[in-house]
Design a protein around this ligand. Sequence first.
Ligand SMILES: [Cu+2]
Length: 179
Amino acid sequence: MSPTLTRRRLLAGIAGTVGIAGTAGVAAWAGGVFDGTRLVGPTSDVVARAEAARRRAGAGTVTAMLNPRPVTLDLGGQQVQTWGYAESGPGSLIRARAGDLLRVEVINGLPGTTSVHWHGVALRNDMDGVPGVTQDPIAAGGRHTYEFTAPDPGTYFYHPHSGVQLDRALYGVLVPPRV
Ligand SMILES: [Cu+2]
């Protein structure tokens, strides 16, 4: 069984388990009409309504670009070939105010597929960056734009959800400070 299939089955199982219990919460904060008889998919209109409810009045838009690609890193004098968002360590710090809209374009310079997961951020499901579950993988040489509201202040990080790409140094920091 492939890791992707395992994850998918796991998520399907979780969705089935919490589907009924979570109904009241989803309907309450999204202002939605979820009737408890269908699953909420990544592109569901319930997701779009939840996103709209997160927008802060007068919020700004923060744009950024990420270019995962092969890089050479200096590890204490040892040069290593690996993959990264930047030439010398973590990807760029993305700063926004809580409630701002983030628009991040990803240009995949890796030899394989990738995606970007926004670790710990409460965000719309279709922007959660889990390939094969919430989005199609971004092909080698392909582009994808993530667009979501980061509603809560804090310190988060972003990374791929593909194989061991995170372990190869594909990660960066996202900070939406308190408004
Ligand atoms: Cu994570």
